[in-house]
Write a new protein. Structure first.
Length: 105
């Protein structure tokens, strides 16, 4: 609550949004496109298991197939395990995500 008071003191208002589910990364892409990083909480991920990371960007790829193209999103993360945000998690990965982002108004 101290952070909210500090932000308010400087003329801003803040709200946090909580979401769950991967939605193939689409919602996180919209948050990042809005210029906001996103706190991503992974559950049951094959590599991270239950781990919290910061989503800072994304890459989208088109996989061409004879039965129709598939679009896939990979979320660029800062995982705290390396010194650079150079790893990605797949937007359609097995497991579930919760994520929170903060809006300054």
């Amino acid at each position: 609550m101290r952070s909210k008071k500090y932000i308010s003191h400087h003329g801003f208002s803040v709200s946090a949004k909580f979401h769950s589910g991967t939605s193939k990364g689409k919602k996180i892409v919209s948050v990042i496109d809005g210029g906001r990083p996103c706190h991503l909480i992974l559950h049951g991920h094959y590599m991270y298991e239950d781990h919290s990371v910061l989503a800072v960007g994304y890459q989208q790829y088109i996989y061409e197939h004879w039965y129709g193209d598939t679009y896939q999103t990979y979320i660029r993360i800062a995982d705290g395990w390396t010194s650079k945000a150079s790893r990605f998690v797949w937007g359609g990965c097995k497991g579930s995500w919760n994520y929170v982002y903060v809006e300054l108004k």
